[in-house]
Design a binder for this molecule. Structure first.
Ligand SMILES: [Zn+2]
Length: 92
């Protein structure tokens, strides 16, 4: 039988230390589903994973970018064109 990698985890309800297979723990961190200590206490990982954190940061940046694009489209175009035209005239 092949040895499976395990991590030791502590149940916050009864204080029991017990081994969890690494792949099982990784999956519970990702899906936040409930699992049980050997004494039957329910446990789960509520913290965001790095991937989830990056996903929400990316969504926030995309939203901010969309807002900035909207502001750029609302800038008065004549004012900008005039300023650039004036600058071009001076350089010639
Ligand atoms: Zn327990």
């Amino acid at each position: 039988m092949e040895n499976e990698n395990c991590v030791w985890r502590h149940c916050p309800s009864c204080g029991l230390w017990y081994p969890l297979p690494t792949h099982y723990e990784d999956a519970r961190r990702e899906d936040h589903k409930t699992f049980y200590c050997p004494n039957g206490h329910s446990c789960y990982y509520p913290q965001q994973t790095d991937r989830e954190l990056l996903h929400s940061q990316n969504a926030a940046l995309l939203s901010e970018n969309a807002e900035l694009q909207k502001e750029i489209r609302m800038l008065p175009k004549r004012g900008l064109d005039g300023r650039f035209a004036k600058r071009n005239v001076k350089e010639e």
